[in-house]
Design a protein around this ligand. Sequence first.
Ligand code: NAD
Ligand code: ZN
Length: 345
Amino acid sequence: MKALVLERQHELALREIQLETEPGPGEVLIKVHTVGICGSDIHYYTHGRIGPFVVDAPMVLGHEAAGTVVAIGEGVTNLNVGDRVCMEPGIPDSNSRASRLGIYNVDPSVKFWATPPVHGVLRPIVVHPANYTFKLPRNVSFAEGAMVEPFAVGMQAAMKASIKPGDTAVVIGAGPIGIMVAIAALAGGCARAIVADLAQPKLDIAASYEGVTVVNIREQSLKNVVSQITDEWGADIVFECSGAAQVWTDIADIPRPCGTIVVVGLPVDPVRFDVAMLSTKELRVESVFRYAHQYDRALALMGSGRVDLKPLISETFSFENAVEAFERAAEGRPSDVKLQIRLDD
Ligand code: NAD
Ligand code: ZN
């Protein structure tokens, strides 16, 4: 089949590659409709590696996908041919200790699409375990279905924050992850989300959501805005979603005493952080690695109409123009939140 293959750093090809086409027991065959481009896909393209994961053999990119079930393997009872679905890209070993504890996202043996050496989903068809394939509600399009993967990260962050009704959240970084964290935090009970970034076009998109206040950190100090809004008390929860190392210098100024910092953004290099600052305010720190058990909840919110992710889709490219889509994504335009590739018309 023809797939988008990352041959090596900086070299993408839309070319023939042999991949499995027959669903085994417990698996389904899916005709892929839409795939979103994630920051990690871009990073593999531009850097050829993310930390210990190195692209040392050709690899198909893409892990944010939705499509239609076209065949089912033996023993599959939860899906039928014709179902519109989205897929969880990480398949853990179901017998691992992490899986048995329900924390399958941190199973060290998880196989995750487009993380070397596992091929991703920018291809016309894919075989996938039925257990990690979820039906889309009638009112959720394929394009929105392909947004469930990054939204699940936001859902996981909201869950790890243990939000209480009426909390004030601060979200640092208005990329796709930051905006979706803000949306999940609001859906989870936050009264408001103060979203900070330096790219005004992204802040404008974030501001279109009810409950979101935006801060352009080129023009205003985030600490001052939060202090003003919270009568100098501080935010209940700070979600770090920029991955920018310098944020850590004074992040502890933003939460209230005994507030929470949730680490979502992943700095490329180790970060300097004054641990003693945590102590004086007795702050709680939580972290997020992808998600576990969030797809059903994400789809329930999207199906209910309370969460609309469509405004985050900046542009859709055809599969024939997939390389162009990656070149555009690598430019990192300040107005681009999520770029998608559509394989099936
Ligand atoms: P992105 O690069 O599109 O967005 C980051 C945003 O942060 C940009 O809009 C940028 O302008 C902004 N920013 C940069 N420096 C800033 C600063 N000092 N203050 C405020 N904003 C600043 O990335 P994304 O796809 O939205 O992902 C965000 C982060 O989350 C990345 O670090 C990514 O690696 C990480 N991530 C983590 C998980 C996880 O499971 N923990 C999953 C997906 C992504
Ligand atoms: Zn991703």
